[in-house]
Design a protein around this ligand. Structure first.
Ligand SMILES: C[S@@+](CC[C@H](N)C(=O)[O-])C[C@H]1O[C@@H](n2cnc3c(N)ncnc32)[C@H](O)[C@@H]1O
Length: 359
């Protein structure tokens, strides 16, 4: 509650843009929730990537991506349907040369934008995206050259370490966060990235790695050999709780950390994620999260047929996915679990929603 009230205090004038974005986000989320509609569009803006993370389930050598016109249509439709938050990821979004135009389209559609990036091109492209992104999540698998090795990008950590902390003095800076995926490839990294996040004065998200995806025939696991044993995930949850209590900027809610410590397989939640999040894959297909091999529809098809997102939301298959997802616990990350709690109006999550953009 205290954090929620902090939100009402006058913010320093230079960060007024973040307060406005936060207020827009919260009121839009409230409206969408009342209508039972998604408030977030998760968009893989490309499947091309300049890194080669062994844990990745989304990079695609064919480099699929929608044309800018289709993306403008998508963002306009999203805004018109009451979606208020756009998360751009991929693949590596900074590889898209038309990113500033896409960000402008998002802004015109009234969307609050979070960008997830490996940051390799951040210094170079910062002037183009400055002031157009509300939250920036930089991925960090470890500290120092261990991070570079995992990403296959020599010099990446040193460059981020040199550039990211300096952004704090920029009045148009977005909310800054880092994200760390825990796997067998970065054992012990949580403590190291927590030190980095504290030094950079940014929030730290972490999650156990996803090992596959739900398909028509059931869970198709391709990367199970890289996931941490449950005992180590339980240890990571305990460590995160200790770090959080000691003032490290761990973003996970206490409720998520408690669940991860008690049930590291993360099966004790009711998934509302597809109710809250509409996901568009790099090729423009709207994700059926229980049958990722069969899309619900595609952006080019819907655009050509003159349909709106309301058509999609009315489809029996879309409604069936929402209902079936409530019995699925295949996902283990806080995005899915915490957003499900947010949908269910859990207080910790309402507080976190305020803190996401405004700090
Ligand atoms: C797929 S990347 C795309 C955006 C961008 N290229 C980047 O690296 O941040 C988005 C996030 O997913 C994380 N990630 C990679 N493999 C993962 C996995 N198997 N399970 C969960 N997250 C994963 C990355 O570390 C990154 O933070």
């Amino acid at each position: 509650m205290k954090q929620m009230l902090d939100f009402l205090r006058p913010a320093p004038p230079t960060f007024g843009h973040r307060v406005r974005a936060g207020a827009r986000l919260l009121s839009g989320m409230g409206r969408a929730r009342l209508r039972g509609r998604p408030f977030m569009l998760s968009h893989l803006v490309t499947s091309r990537c300049n890194a080669c993370c062994p844990t990745c389930l989304w990079r695609d050598p064919d480099g699929r991506e929608l044309a800018a016109d289709d993306i403008r249509w998508l963002y306009h439709q999203a805004g018109a349907a009451g979606i208020v938050h756009l998360v751009m990821w991929g693949g590596e979004p900074l590889l898209r040369t038309d990113l500033p135009e896409l960000l402008e389209a998002a802004q015109q559609a009234g969307l609050v934008v979070t960008l997830i990036s490996n940051g390799h091109l951040l210094r170079q492209r910062w002037p183009e995206i400055r002031g157009r992104v509300d939250a920036l999540i930089v991925s960090l698998d470890d500290a120092g050259t261990a991070h570079d090795r995992q990403r296959g990008l020599p010099g990446l950590f040193a460059d981020l370490d040199d550039f990211v902390p300096g952004l704090r003095s920029d009045p148009l800076r977005p909310k800054l966060l880092v994200n760390t995926v825990l796997s067998r490839l970065n054992r012990g990294a949580l403590r190291r990235v927590a030190e980095v996040a504290r030094a950079w004065r940014v929030g730290l998200y972490f999650c156990p790695m996803e090992t596959g995806r739900m398909e028509t025939g059931g869970f198709a696991e391709s990367l199970g050999h890289l996931s941490l044993p449950l005992s180590e995930l339980r240890e990571a949850a305990r460590l995160a709780r200790l770090l959080k209590r000691s003032g490290y900027p761990i973003m996970a809610t206490d409720a998520y950390l408690e669940l991860l410590a008690a049930d590291p397989d993360l099966t004790a939640y009711t998934c509302r994620a597809p109710r809250a999040i509409l996901t568009t894959e790099a090729d423009g297909s709207f994700r059926d999260c229980l049958r990722r091999d069969r899309s619900l529809a595609t952006v080019p098809q819907m655009r050509a047929a003159g349909q709106t997102l309301d058509t999609l939301f009315a489809r029996p298959r879309y409604r069936a996915m929402l209902a079936e997802a409530e019995h699925c616990t295949a996902c283990n990350n806080p995005d899915v679990i915490e957003i499900s709690w947010l949908w269910d109006l859990e207080l910790q999550m309402l507080e976190r929603a305020v803190g996401l953009v405004v700090s």
